[in-house]
Design a protein around this ligand. Structure first.
Ligand code: HEC
Ligand code: HEC
Length: 223
């Protein structure tokens, strides 16, 4: 009888622990999540519907886990010298200031957490089989479509690049993007940045699915 009571109370404690356990667990933020929510969310959106650049202070980190290559993200967070938006993301002088840099430990934690933020629109494996012909054709299409008009692009000139200043610098693309994210973005930029004057491929502009694939393959060679 005493034994039985003991077992019951042990079982009761176990049940209480089981109830508390998951709750305590799901409330605990990882170090990376804590930093991102505490230090980054004031400027970067982490979730929500796609909205235009002019409504934001900084690029979205929504889907960051499918957008950035982990090694690049880690290195950039520690040393964010490279600027993507030469005119400032929101075209305001004060936002052109140096981006905050993280210690190695914090950068590790943050890139691990951002790595968990998946983009459901992205289909994985789309860009698996790229040939030299795709890349060459993509380069030609990129030039005809004048993507460089708004995006800095490497070239053979003395300064090493050509292009407009109004949007993302594409010079580090091959180190920075995951190819499948880039492909999905190029398929329809409006799904990511509506109302932002991004180039939208349409059949009237004579941009085919093959073009989107080839242009993506070419951009991934820019390093
Ligand atoms: C004061 C506002 C501000 C804060 C705080 C801030 N950022 Fe940024 N972030 C920006 C802006 C503006 C840019 C675009 C800068 C540029 O032109 O390259 C940017 C760019 C980035 C990029 C590159 C975006 C891209 O599309 O390639 C990443 C990644 C990033 N920030 C991560 C973070 C993380 C992680 C934190 C928190 C530890 C953080 N940022 C805090 C304003 C901010
Ligand atoms: C008229 C200017 C313009 C042209 C031309 C243009 N883009 Fe863009 N692009 C934008 C804008 C605006 C954005 C959204 C980000 C922003 O608000 O600056 C964008 C975003 C992008 C991004 C995502 C950047 C990021 O890191 O989030 C990629 C990739 C891109 N464009 C590729 C292309 C390609 C490929 C072409 C040619 C087929 C092209 N763009 C032509 C204006 C342009």
């Amino acid at each position: 009888m005493r034994y039985g009571a003991g077992l019951v109370s042990v079982a009761a404690v176990a049940v209480v622990l089981m109830l508390l356990g998951p709750r305590a667990g799901s409330g605990a933020e990882s170090p990376g999540e804590k930093i991102v929510k505490g230090q980054c969310a004031g400027c970067h959106r982490l979730e929500g519907q796609a909205i235009g650049r002019r409504f934001k202070k900084a690029p979205d980190l929504i889907g960051a886990g499918d957008k950035y290559q982990r090694a690049w993200l880690l290195a950039w967070l520690k040393n964010p010298k490279f600027k993507f938006y030469p005119m400032g993301y929101d075209f305001q002088e004060d936002r052109k200031q140096r981006h905050l840099a993280l210690s190695s430990l914090d950068a590790e934690a943050v890139s691990e957490y951002l790595g968990t933020m998946k983009e459901p629109l992205v289909k994985h494996g789309v860009m698996a089989n790229v040939t030299l012909a795709n890349i060459e054709r993509g380069k030609a299409r990129y030039e005809v479509l004048q993507c460089f008009a708004c995006h800095r692009t490497p070239d053979n000139s003395a300064q090493g690049w050509t292009g407009g200043d109004t949007s993302t610098d594409l010079r580090e693309s091959g180190k920075r993007y995951q190819a499948d994210w880039l492909h999905r973005f190029n398929q329809n930029p409006l799904d990511f940045v509506p109302d932002s004057a991004a180039f939208v491929p349409t059949p009237t502009q004579n941009v085919t699915e093959q073009d989107v694939f080839d242009v993506t393959a070419y951009i991934m060679t820019l390093k």
